[in-house]
Ligand binder design. Structure first.
Ligand SMILES: NC(=O)c1ccc[n+]([C@@H]2O[C@H](COP(=O)([O-])OP(=O)(O)OC[C@H]3O[C@@H](n4cnc5c(N)ncnc54)[C@H](OP(=O)(O)O)[C@@H]3O)[C@@H](O)[C@H]2O)c1
Length: 265
């Protein structure tokens, strides 16, 4: 896909991977519509993109509300005349054993991480179906392929996105409607800080890391040349393969390289 002049909606674009995607796409000539709850951060991002010559809009949304997500996509149509790319990225994590995971928190995480994706897809697909083209990108996580200790609830929400995408892909196989799932590994964003801010968990990743720019570059490359699955950290694809053939061995491997609560937290 030639990206210049296309229009993209990105959820969770006030920080981290979503913001990096918006900035990379805008630099490539894509009109971007940024959605999240923190309007001040969205407005600042839009101002930076416009100052640099890009075209951007900000919409304050909570992705757990379908009407908000519909309004977000509507803004892309009103302002830029259509929608070519939908990036469902908004999400948060929770660290703790299953007994430490309150059911209302689990509902909330499913609402943001999965239902937000579902609403984004429901808003975008009528447009993609009518124009017979479009690209849906879901920002999942490597933990969708292989869950890690103390993040069972989070891993489940990310696996839900991945299974959802596989099913959609088979519905549109062979057409110009593309569905891609992105599986980042530990990425330096506000993700850890949000867990600390909202739940008091101070958690650090022990294994390899990547930057949010690495993830954004992998997303842009996938938009240019669509692929079903994107592993921004190339070696992480091996984890999915090893898990399929040797799940017990992988149990021990991910325990060594998963996330850990910092001492005293
Ligand atoms: N960082 C990692 O290690 C990592 C690894 C693999 C996958 N991921 C995935 O990458 C995605 C982005 O996370 P990140 O790492 O970039 O973390 P982040 O910097 O904390 O970004 C999360 C974004 O989601 C938005 N968000 C949260 N709840 C929302 C809601 N109810 N409605 C609308 N927006 C909401 C936040 O904006 P507001 O607070 O302004 O609403 C923020 O823009 C997530 O889906 C996460 O699961 C992250």
């Amino acid at each position: 896909m030639d990206l210049k002049g296309r229009t993209a909606v990105i959820t969770g674009a006030s920080s981290g991977i979503g913001l990096a995607c918006a900035e990379h796409l805008a630099r490539g000539g894509v009109n971007v519509v940024l959605g999240a709850r923190r309007s001040d951060l969205l407005d600042a991002a839009v101002a930076r993109i416009r100052d640099a010559g890009g075209r951007a809009e900000a919409v304050t949304v909570d992705v757990t509300r379908e009407e908000d997500v519909t309004r977000l996509v509507g803004r892309a149509q009103e302002t830029f005349g259509g929608l070519d790319i939908m990036i469902c990225n908004a999400g948060f994590g929770y660290y703790g054993t299953v007994e430490e995971t309150p059911p209302d928190l689990m509902h909330r995480m499913m609402d943001v991480n999965f239902m937000g994706t579902f609403y984004g897809t429901r808003a975008a697909f009528p447009i993609f179906r009518a124009q017979k083209s479009g690209h849906l990108i879901l920002i999942s996580s490597i933990v969708a392929k292989r869950g890690i200790a103390q993040m069972s609830g989070y891993s489940a929400t990310k696996a839900a996105q991945s299974a959802f995408a596989e099913s959609l892909r088979s519905e549109f196989a062979g057409s110009a409607v593309h569905v891609s799932t992105v599986f980042p590994i530990s990425t330096e964003t506000e993700f850890r800080h949000a867990m600390e801010r909202d739940f008091g968990h101070s958690v650090s990743g022990l294994g390899p890391k990547q930057s949010m720019d690495d993830v954004a570059k992998a997303v842009v490359a996938c938009l240019r040349r669509p692929r079903p699955e994107v592993y921004p950290h190339r070696l992480s694809r091996a984890l999915a393969i090893i898990n399929a053939v040797a799940p017990s061995f992988t149990d021990r491997l991910v325990t060594k390289y998963g996330r850990r609560r910092k001492v005293g937290a």
